[in-house]
Design a protein around this ligand. Structure first.
Ligand SMILES: [Zn+2]
Length: 91
């Protein structure tokens, strides 16, 4: 597949993760993706193409375009607040 998308920001962790999975023997098809901030529109397009079925995020981004796109594509989008005690890492 020839990717025409240009990633200009280093903050697109979703795109990096999907690219890494694509290069490995693993498949992102049907997978759940966990991200910190809600994915941007470009990353959301990649998430849809990768066949990811569920996205879990914990920080609301200013623009919700990406989230809206995911929902329209039938992907389950779950917001979990970082304030949730259950999510705190034990150190
Ligand atoms: Zn992005």
């Amino acid at each position: 597949m020839y990717a025409k998308m240009r990633i200009t920001s280093p903050n697109h962790a979703e795109a990096n993760a999907i690219t890494k999975i694509a290069r490995s023997n693993n498949s992102s098809n049907g997978a759940t993706m966990y991200v910190t901030a809600s994915p941007c529109i470009e990353c959301s397009k990649l998430i849809i193409q990768a066949g990811i079925k569920r996205v879990v995020y914990s920080e609301k981004y200013r623009l919700e375009d990406g989230i809206e796109l995911l929902k329209r594509a039938g992907i389950e989008v779950v917001f979990i607040s970082m304030d949730n005690e259950k999510l705190k890492m034990e150190s």
